[in-house]
Design a protein around this ligand. Structure first.
Ligand SMILES: Cc1ncc(COP(=O)(O)O)c(C=O)c1O
Length: 482
């Protein structure tokens, strides 16, 4: 992948786009930020966006669209059944993935719900490189269990391993032998593993995993929601793929998969999702769930305008200059934080910059949710909204015990093509200030704890008055600055 080199030698990610539509932002004074955080139950999901300066909660559905995507939305064919828009999308998905059948769904978790309903029975085991919150919740909802088989290196926050999302093949062999192939309806492989720092797997690892699975008659389900970052990393890090085009890498990955699904809130810069496959039998097994839960087979709960944007967005995902923007900005942000001593996940992955909250706030016990506490502190310090990706995002065991997450991360998502360099540097500045003052930050306690996906709606309170002290220190150091 070619890179623009600067005369000064500075490594600067260079945008291959220009901004033509903008949205006004708001930065509240620090005292107001503390009040907004309290009103949101110390949960960044519950903040109002008007109170947020940089929304780094997620990349989901908030990536910038291109002029070509917006233009395509204007020619969408509004019809309940048989829309030309749908056939354009179906054709694009099948062209890129090399599949014959497509089922549209309103977003990624709808695909996961259908897969769980159609394939998973009580007592089944689903091996995966790593779980995603909704994928695990749907499997456990129908009585299945997840086993995570990512390589050990994948769970080390700081590493120089280039493919930390790889499956450990020995662990997989052992898992199949222990559980029996008949008890494993599928193996799920997640591109750009969300919960462990947006880390990729290699084409070589996926091919070996699929070979092993297929020898035992187990299908591979490929979650391509974060495929675009994984494609960039394969192209730039996997020597054997250096001369392959992004389209060729996509096809080579998908040839290993029996079922492919995606959240188009991520892949394709739009909002929606879908499931693609070559097997007519799998298609028939899942088809009836679409009109039951999503919508008619030619829209699956999506608006035709979004489907048009997705068709163009999927095509743009095959453009190296488009998919490089996210990982390059993330690497830049991670390097700037590392220069200031802030512990982040390395190598920098996709989706966002991941701060290692367990190390940042080493004085806070895991049960007091360091990553969630850090998320509240980063918002108070700078109006920057991140997302906790740690113990709080786990589900309690049926006996009520709380599993401690293998990684305790604050994810600062960089939605693609959305933020400018000065905004990234502003976030770096506020986080480094917080790092210098980290001993002021304390933990959190649940006040309201939902039984399912508690991180979405749970409400918490600070343990002690550390947030007031943090605000006072901000005023001392920044004077009347916002
Ligand atoms: C890897 C992965 N799979 C599935 C999903 C679920 O997709 P959605 O949010 O569209 O339901 C997500 C969402 O963040 C994801 O990151």
């Amino acid at each position: 992948m070619s890179e623009v080199k600067l005369y000064s030698g500075v490594k600067l990610p260079l945008e291959m786009h220009k901004v033509r539509v903008v949205q006004k932002l708001n930065l509240l004074p620090v005292e107001e930020r503390q009040k907004a955080m309290a009103a949101a139950g110390n949960n960044t999901f519950l903040l109002r966006n008007e109170d947020v300066y940089l929304d780094m909660l997620t990349d989901s559905g908030v990536n910038a669209m291109s002029d070509r995507q917006v233009a395509a939305m204007m020619v969408a064919d509004d019809s309940y059944a048989g829309s030309a828009t749908y056939y354009r999308l179906e054709q694009k998905v099948c062209e890129l993935f090399g599949t014959s059948y497509f089922l549209p769904a309103h977003q990624g978790r709808a695909c996961e719900s259908i897969l769980a309903e159609a394939f998973v029975k009580p007592g089944n085991v689903i091996p995966m490189n790593f779980h995603f919150t909704t994928s695990k919740a749907h499997i456990t909802r129908v009585g299945g269990r997840v086993e995570e088989l990512v390589i050990d290196e994948g769970l080390k926050p700081e590493s120089d391993c280039l493919f930390k999302g790889n499956i450990d093949l020995d662990k997989l062999r052992e898992c199949i032998a222990r559980n029996g192939a008949a008890n494993i309806p599928f193996i799920r492989l997640e591109a750009g593993t969300n919960l462990i720092g947006g880390q990729p797997f290699s084409l070589e690892n996926m091919t070996a995993t699929a070979k092993l699975a297929h020898e035992h008659g187990i299908p591979i389900v490929f979650d391509t929601s974060l495929l675009q970052d994984n494609l960039y990393f394969i192209k730039t890090r996997e020597a054997a793929c250096r001369d392959m085009s992004i389209r060729e890498i996509t096809r080579a990955l998908c040839e290993n998969a029996d079922i492919i699904y995606f959240s188009a809130r991520k892949l394709g810069f739009a909002r929606g999702g879908g499931i693609a496959m070559n097997s007519k039998e799998y298609y028939e097994r899942m088809k009836d769930f679409i009109p039951l839960f999503e919508g008619f087979l030619t829209y699956g709960g999506m608006s035709v305008r979004e489907m048009e944007a997705m068709t163009v967005g999927l095509d743009e995902t095959m453009d190296e200059t488009v998919i490089s923007q996210g990982p390059q900005f993330i690497e830049f942000m991670a390097n700037e934080l590392i220069k200031r001593g802030v512990p982040v996940v390395t190598p920098a992955g996709g989706l966002g910059c991941h701060v290692n909250a367990r190390k940042f706030l080493s004085h806070i016990d895991d049960h007091a949710y360091p990553a969630a506490a850090l998320a509240t502190a980063v918002y108070i310090a700078g109006g920057v909204r991140g997302m906790e990706r740690g113990t709080l995002s786990e589900q309690r065991e049926p006996d009520g015990t709380e599993p401690i997450a293998s990684m305790e991360l604050l994810r600062l998502a960089l939605p693609r093509r959305v933020f400018t360099m000065s905004q990234v540097l502003y976030a770096v500045d506020r986080i480094s200030w917080l790092y210098e003052n980290r001993k002021l930050v304390g933990g959190l306690n649940f006040v309201e704890e939902p039984a399912t996906l508690r991180f979405f709606f749970g409400r918490l309170e600070p343990i002690g008055n550390w947030q007031e002290k943090l605000v006072a220190k901000f005023r001392e150091d920044f004077g009347d600055s916002l």
